[in-house]
Design a protein around this ligand. Structure first.
Ligand code: ADP
Ligand code: MG
Length: 428
């Protein structure tokens, strides 16, 4: 019974890197780092060795080889050596009759793990390599212990022949397969997220063409008038003024559009939400116009600082506005309206995005933010996933009120960055 408990405990440790990855990287749109692998596998090794199973005093059986193999696969050779060092020090500290055997076994299993790791990277049949690794990690210690102390192996034959191989095989499979699956899912999510950005941007670009064409038509008209010589000097100057301002506006919109479509970094910095709203309005207005939707944005006249990644925050605003415009466009024969309000409260800033579009059922509203949830025939359901994750990573919250046919209201709360107060204190 105790043995069974020990095994379950070891298999529980085999889940640890996977669980830590799922918790720590849940709200992040990036994949694991080498540091993360080193950290999680070192904790895992420590716990596994501390609570190892033992039937002969001084000999401990845990999933150390499996953890090292995991460290090598995902963290590379440096992580492998860090784990080896941890093992050597900790095993010497624990001591007991089996210390020498443990060191000798490691002398064989570590280079063996390295070879298997090279094979694992190259080979397509990863499950086969895991099976070979599981068998190798079970047979090698058994052989050494048998050579050193055959009687102990024969006395606990079922433990050595069944329990240890099972612990290693299942441990290997759990630790490496589960983690690989989680990492691949994350990778897919990141690449889908990037494609979604390209998709959103290309939609907005189509409407932008109209926005650029209008001023060009105006400029062409005025130039024709000037060329025909129908106007006096004063008028010509006024025409040129108008042309200049139209061109300046086109230039501004194009440059803001380029700023929105540039790749997104990870850095968070003090960001002026009021300025972002202004920029997003300029970029999204043509899209709203094209769908016959009125876009209104109300915000305080002074900057509103939050700690966020400005590129991500811009993309979040684009996603919310785009959905709101699309929801309005789905309601036939009505003038759609999307209103954004930015309000500053004591410690937080609240942004509401309200539309009079199709709305959502309670069930749909609950599923918002979960990956691939979309009610549109060509939708991806990634815009809201990205936005929810980004807002959470800035320490914010999102609330949604919606009714089918009654429009939708999103309320986003974000902590205010204290820069305003610092600046005020400095001014006083
Ligand atoms: P997509 O727009 O590609 O469908 P999103 O993640 O942007 O993906 O949105 C997911 C779903 O959430 C949409 O398909 C829609 O059903 C719903 N949704 C989001 N915003 C609104 C809104 N303002 N009004 C109504 N439904 C919305
Ligand atoms: Mg969308």
């Amino acid at each position: 019974m105790t043995i069974l408990k020990d095994i379950i405990l070891q298999l529980f440790f085999a889940h640890m890197p996977f669980v830590m990855f799922s918790v720590y990287y849940r709200d992040q749109s990036r994949n694991y780092t080498q540091k993360f692998i080193a950290f999680s596998s070192m904790i895992c090794l420590f716990l596994s060795m501390t609570f190892g199973a033992s039937v002969v005093s001084g000999y401990f059986y845990d999933i150390r080889y499996t953890i090292m193999f995991f460290g090598l696969i995902f963290g590379g050779i440096q992580t492998g050596f860090a784990l080896l060092a941890e093992f050597l020090l900790y095993r010497l500290y624990i001591g007991g009759d089996g210390t020498l055997a443990a060191m000798l076994i490691m002398l064989v299993t570590f280079p063996g793990s390295y070879l298997l790791y090279r094979l694992y990277r190259k080979c397509e049949q990863k499950s086969l390599i895991l099976l070979i690794a599981g068998v190798f990690f079970s047979v090698t210690p058994l052989l050494f212990v048998y050579l050193e102390n055959p009687e102990s192996v024969i006395r606990h034959l079922s433990f050595h022949l069944f329990v240890i191989p099972m612990q290693n095989l299942v441990g290997c499979w759990l630790l490496i397969t589960l983690f690989r699956k989680a990492a691949t899912d994350k990778e897919l999510f990141i690449s889908y997220g990037q494609n979604e950005r390209v998709r959103a941007i290309s939609h907005v670009a189509a409407s932008l063409v109209h926005e650029v064409r209008n001023p060009l038509t105006a400029v062409k008209g005025f130039l024709t008038l000037i060329r025909d010589g129908a106007a006096d000097r004063g008028r010509i100057e006024r025409y040129i003024e108008i042309c200049m301002s139209e061109i300046a506006r086109t230039e501004y919109i194009l440059s803001e559009y380029l700023a929105i479509s540039k790749p997104i970094g990870d850095k968070q910095e003090p960001t002026d939400l009021e300025e972002l709203l202004r920029i997003t309005k300029d970029v999204m207005s043509p899209y709203a116009n094209m769908h016959n939707v009125l876009l209104e944005i109300g915000h305080p006249p002074e900057p509103v600082w939050i700690l966020a990644n400005p590129d991500k925050m811009k993309q979040v605003l684009v996603n919310f506005i785009k959905n709101a415009v699309e929801a309005c466009a789905e309601v036939p024969h009505s003038r759609g309206k999307v209103t954004l309000r930015l309000q500053v409260e004591a410690r937080k800033v609240t942004l509401t995005i309200q539309d009079n579009g199709v709305g959502m059922t309670e069930e749909q509203a609950k599923r918002l933010g979960s990956i691939y949830f979309s009610t549109k025939s060509t939708g991806t359901g990634l815009g809201m996933t990205f936005s929810y994750q980004a807002i959470l990573s800035f320490g914010g919250t999102i609330n949604v009120q919606s009714e089918p046919g009654g429009g939708t209201r999103f309320t986003i709360s974000l902590p205010i960055y204290a820069r305003n107060e610092e600046a005020k204190e400095r001014d006083e």
